[in-house]
Design a protein around this ligand. Structure first.
Ligand code: PEP
Ligand code: MN
Length: 241
C-alpha cells in the first residue's frame, strides 16, 4: 500500500515541516508538497512557488519523499532536485506540452484524471508521458464531474476496478478531492482500496479549519490515525511508487 499525505498546499516552511514530522512518525513515506496551486479563482492563494524549495529540501533530508504538482513545463527543471514524484493535476491532464516534457524526466509522475475525462483519454494522456521515455506513470482517480454535486465530485470506483483489471498501472484513490467533505474521506479511501487501488493520496492538516486551501475536505491527524488503523497501515507492506 502507498500513502501520500499532506496539506492541500504548502503554507509555510514551518507548517510543512511540522506536518512532515507528524507524517514521518506514522511511517508515511510520501508527502504532498504542493507549491504551485492551480486555483479556479485567480484572486486566491496560488501556492508559495519557488521560495518553498528549501522546505522541500528539508523534507527530503528528513528521509521523506516529496510529491509536487507542476502546472507548466517551465517548472519541471527548477524543482527537479527537490522532488521525488511529479504530479499532474486534473486541470492539466490534457496539457500535452506538460505531459511531453514530463516524458523526458527520470522520475515518476502521478497523473490525475481530468475533470471530465473518459478513461480512454486518461490512458492516452499517460501514453503521452510514456512516449517521451518515462515509463513511471501512476494514475490517480480524484473524482469526475457528473450531474450530482452533493459531493464535490463523483468518485469513480468503477474506474479503479477497470484500470486494475485491464491495465498494469499503479492506481491511487484521492478521497479528498473526490468527496470534498472531510467526514467522507476515510470511507472513500477504504472504498478505493477495496476496489483495488494501490494507495491513497489524502489531504491532512494539523488544523484543517485553518488550511489555506481545500479546508473542508482536509482531515486532521486523529482522523488520519483512524484511516491508518482501519487500513492496517502498520501491518501491510509499504509499497513504492
Ligand atoms: C491536488 O491534488 O493538489 C489537486 C489540485 O487536485 P486535483 O488536481 O485533483 O484537483
Ligand atoms: Mn486540494
Amino acid at each position: 500500500m502507498i500513502i501520500i499525505a499532506g496539506s492541500c498546499s504548502m503554507e509555510s516552511e514551518e507548517q510543512a515541516l511540522k506536518l512532515a514530522n507528524q507524517l514521518k512518525k506514522r511511517n508515511i513515506d510520501y508527502v504532498r508538497a504542493a507549491i504551485f496551486k492551480p486555483r479556479t479563482d485567480p484572486n486566491t492563494f496560488q501556492g508559495l512557488g519557488y521560495v518553498a524549495l528549501p522546505a522541500l529540501k528539508k523534507i527530503r533530508e528528513m528521509g521523506l519523499k516529496t510529491v509536487t504538482e507542476v502546472v507548466d513545463p517551465r517548472q519541471i527543471d527548477p524543482v527537479y532536485d527537490h522532488v521525488d514524484v511529479y504530479q499532474v493535476g486534473t486541470r492539466n491532464m490534457h496539457n500535452f506540452s506538460l505531459l511531453k516534457e514530463l516524458g523526458k524526466v527520470d522520475k515518476p509522475v502521478i497523473l490525475k484524471r481530468g475533470l471530465c475525462a473518459y478513461m480512454d483519454e486518461w490512458l492516452k494522456a499517460a501514453e503521452y508521458i510514456e512516449k517521451g521515455g518515462n515509463g513511471q506513470v501512476i494514475l490517480c482517480e480524484r473524482g469526475i464531474r457528473s450531474f450530482d454535486v452533493i459531493t464535490r465530485n463523483v468518485l469513480d470506483i468503477g474506474a479503479i476496478i477497470y484500470l486494475k483489471k485491464k491495465t498494469g498501472y499503479q492506481v491511487l484513490v484521492d478521497p479528498s478531492h473526490s468527496m470534498g467533505h472531510r467526514e467522507f474521506v476515510v470511507d472513500a479511501a477504504k472504498a478505493g482500496l477495496a476496489a483495488g487501488a494501490d494507495g491513497v493520496m489524502v489531504e491532512v492538516h494539523e488544523e484543517p479549519d485553518r488550511a489555506l486551501t481545500d479546508s473542508k475536505q482536509t482531515i486532521d491527524l486523529p482522523t488520519l490515525d483512524t484511516l491508518l488503523d482501519e487500513v492496517e497501515w502498520e501491518k501491510v507492506p509499504h509499497d513504492h511508487i
